[in-house]
Ligand binder design. Structure first.
Ligand code: GL4
Length: 792
């Protein structure tokens, strides 16, 4: 609304080019302009990093045009929006993704080469935005890409941590954590909104007061901080739509503790003000109108329920009844965990001190809920106690999961098996009460990032054989590759693509560790957070077994061994001792094997440090085989497997999480399944001490215990954890089946034609695991939102 300035506005529009142009000369001019005026370097002297900065700003200008148009269009159409709340977004690098989604990658690459720069080299200058821990956080990033691509009117909300997830540095085989001050070199993708700020209150007391004759609650806070918005435009692919990811940073508020300034202690007062910024300074490093829909990505943002309720009651002065009615219509909740311990709790004392009004509201919600519940189920105290939001005990806790389930209209799991576990175990009491609330949306990943950006050769190959690029927006078309699964020409080209990616990965390994690996070997990868349930230890024990077998073979048998390069990568939570020991074990075993001349290229083991999105983009396309070894029933979904699958990498996996659905898509014959099924796991655990483990298993554990790899004292507790009744994750029970699956993989690998066919069929069957499908399902079945496409 230009109001009185209408005349001026029209003149201003006349002064601007309608849109920035994308021909090579305009792009070069733009880049040079940014070199000179944004980066403030002379256009005759700037290095790769400065060129990257100028490039990024030229891209950002084009991004902003579309973003503005989208926001204006949404405002005009005013559709129902979804607000996607997540405390973690693992975006990685943005440049390549953005230019590809904007459809101007090649134009920029041409322009740069005319300036004497290589696009890929500049893209590597960008640091990763690691504002999250692992799968859950990368899932949010994939889902933002799909929301934009599918034209949904969505806004993502999260926190702008100053320190992202720690950098993993390996010293003598041990993990060390270093801070990731990712903003040190600036972030061209964010737009600081100094005028979009909200006061956030903490501490203080709540009193009853009368307003217009009505009793109401007034919260007088003890401290205030200011939340400042940073907007990050997220472009869709093949659309003009560009949505917003708004990340909040905490800043000291003007009203923050002004008292101490007045009392004269200036320095202390300033230091105290800085405390405010610490709220958004660090990512917690653990793996763990009515026309809106608010999506809770796990319980982490679930305080939003109490906050919305507070705003409706105390600021909008709605009745409890009206406010509660709104809450129940807008919130939906997705849980990403299978273990009861994974469900977040907040001590009542802590919450009552920090957010006294919110605690009151939660108590009120709980009171009403329990009263209703009593009417429905009677005085079944055990069940009432389990379902209450408040957990009684030595430390009284608020169960954030119960709060989320009670207040949400829909509770989603992230795979079919996960949903079944939620209904029968984790949330059984709630399922029995409200079966209609429970749904699931099997996770997905975006093919834009995981094929188009990270595997350009495969992308080109797929488009060539399908005769279209439409699969980049419509993943179901990938199935068309099935028609050529035995085509000799495609086989040739498919193998070439894999080779190119293996070369890239091999070069990285050599640059990083000095280790030369053979391209003929099977590249066998397990990259993900280090966790006992993910069983990296099973992989390492399998490698020791393989090493031991080779050592005991004669010359003839050795000729039959399929050479392997085993690659493991992932971070351990800083306080997770056992996970850190697994990393050290991997290193000592690697040291031993890689330096054993007797073994040569038959077996190599590499640990890739600091696994993050960018490293994944290089590792995944280069993998022949990938391992997903979680004890069945423990991985809610798993999303790494989907990226490998899309890249035509074969899977060696347990029947857990989304893998079960992968079997349905590509068939059991095209992957290497092993291990106990989820229901068998329960039975096996019951067997306890009578459970038999194979001799091979005992032998490899003994090798570690006997100091074959050194550090036997250090590894004792690790070995103790997997022997006898303490083998909770059933490494011993699954070991034989694991070795058999590995043998089957070896056998398939030597038959090149068969392997290539399996690889093609893996990629062809990966369509169901696109986040486009996941988001479509959320939009239709949970959020009830429609696409709102901005005209080109
Ligand atoms: C996780 C699950 O562990 C993982 O199985 C799932 O794929 C992911 C996304 O839904 O969420 N939960 C948490 S917490 N971190 C995860 O990666």
């Amino acid at each position: 609304d230009f109001g009185e300035r209408k005349g001026q506005a029209e003149r201003m529009l006349g002064l601007m080019d309608v849109f920035l142009k994308n021909d090579p000369i305009s792009l070069q001019k733009d880049i040079l302009h940014h070199v000179e005026y944004t980066v403030a370097r002379s256009r005759f002297s700037f290095d790769d990093f400065e060129a990257y900065q100028a490039l990024a700003h030229s891209v950002r200008d084009r991004l902003i045009e579309r973003w503005h148009d989208t926001l204006i269009h949404f405002k005009k159409e005013d559709p129902k929006r979804v607000y996607f709340l997540s405390l973690e977004f693992l975006m990685g690098r943005s440049l390549s993704n953005i230019v590809i989604n904007l459809g101007i990658r090649d134009q920029f690459a041409d322009a740069l080469s005319q300036l004497g720069f290589d696009f890929e080299v500049l893209a590597e200058q960008e640091g990763d935005a690691c504002l999250g821990n692992g799968g859950l956080a990368r899932l949010s990033a994939c889902q933002m890409d799909s929301l934009a691509t599918l034209d949904y009117p969505a806004v993502g909300y999260g926190l702008r941590y100053q320190y992202g997830l720690f950098r993993q540095v390996i010293v003598d085989g041990f993990q060390h954590e270093q801070p990731d001050y990712w903003l040190n070199f600036g972030n061209p993708w964010e737009i600081e909104r100094v005028h979009i700020t909200y006061p956030v209150k903490f501490y203080g007391t709540v009193t009853d007061e009368f307003l217009n004759g009505e009793k109401c609650k007034v919260w007088v806070p003890g401290e205030m901080v200011e939340a400042v918005a940073y907007d990050n435009p997220i472009p869709g692919y093949g659309t003009r739509n560009t949505i917003n990811l708004r990340l909040w940073a905490a800043k000291p508020s003007d009203q923050h503790d002004m008292e101490s300034f007045n009392t004269g202690d200036y320095v202390d007062a300033v230091v105290n003000r800085q405390r405010a910024e610490s709220i958004s300074s660090i990512l917690y490093p653990d793996d763990r109108s009515y026309q809106v829909a608010l999506q809770l990505n796990d319980t982490h943002p679930s305080l939003a329920i109490a906050e919305v309720m507070r705003v409706l009651l105390d600021e909008e002065h709605l009745s409890w009844h009206r406010a509660w009615d709104i809450i129940c219509k807008i919130f939906s909740f997705t849980t990403h965990t299978v273990s009861p311990e994974g469900l977040e709790k907040i001590p009542v004392d802590l919450l009552g001190n920090l957010l006294p009004r919110h605690l009151q509201i939660i108590y009120d919600i709980n009171f009403n809920f329990v009263e209703e519940l009593k009417k429905m189920i009677g005085l079944d105290y055990d069940r009432l106690t389990r379902m209450s939001i408040v957990e009684e005990g030595a430390v009284k806790n608020i169960r954030m999961a119960n709060l989320s389930v009670i207040c949400s209209h829909t509770v989603n799991g992230v795979s079919r098996l996960h949903s079944e576990l939620l209904r029968t175990k984790l949330f059984k009491d709630f399922y029995d009460l409200w079966p209609h609330k429970f749904q699931y949306k099997t996770n997905g990943v975006t093919q834009r990032r995981w094929i188009v950006v990270s595997n350009p050769s495969l992308c080109a190959l797929i488009s060539k054989w399908l005769g279209t690029e439409a699969w980049i927006r419509d993943i179901d078309l990938l199935i068309g590759l099935r028609d050529y699964a035995t085509n000799a020409e495609l086989h040739q080209e498919w193998k070439m693509v894999k080779k190119v990616n293996k070369i890239r990965l091999a070069e990285y390994i050599e640059a990083m560790s000095g280790l030369k690996v053979s391209l003929d070997a099977m590249f066998d990868v397990q990259t993900k957070r280090i966790h006992e349930y993910k069983r990296q230890l099973l992989n390492i024990l399998g490698i020791i077994h393989r090493y031991d077998c080779i050592k005991n073979m004669d010359k003839n048998d050795r000729k039959k061994v399929v050479p392997r390069v085993c690659i493991i990568g992932g971070k351990a939570a800083p306080g997770y001792e056992i996970a850190k020991k697994i990393i050290k074990l991997c290193h000592v075993v690697a040291e031993r094997i890689n330096n054993d001349n007797d073994i040569g290229d038959l077996l190599k083991l590499v640990f890739i440090p600091d696994y993050n999105v960018s490293v994944a983009e290089m590792v995944i396309p280069g993998a022949d085989l990938s391992q997903h070894l979680s004890t069945a029933g423990h991985e809610a979904s798993g999303t790494g497997s989907m990226k490998f699958l899309m890249n035509g990498c074969l899977l060696l996996a347990t029947a857990d999480g989304s893998t079960i659905e992968m079997v349905e898509e590509i068939g059991q014959d095209n992957m290497f399944l092993f291990g106990a099924k989820a229901h068998e796991v329960v039975a096996l655990r019951k067997k306890g001490p009578t459970l038999k483990v194979p001799l091979q298993f005992s032998r490899v554990v003994r090798m570690i215990r006997d100091g074959h790899f050194g550090f036997e004292d250090y590894f004792k507790s690790l070995c103790d954890k997997i022997e006898g009744t303490s083998d909770y994750f059933l490494l011993g029970a699954d070991f034989m089946s694991y070795l058999e699956a590995q043998a089957a993989a070896d056998k398939a690998f030597v038959d090149e034609e068969r392997w290539t066919k399996m690889s093609i069929l893996s990629a062809a069957g990966s369509g169901r695991f696109s986040s486009d499908r996941t988001i479509q399902e959320y939009a239709e079945n949970t959020w009830d939102i429609q696409p709102c496409r901005c005209p080109f």
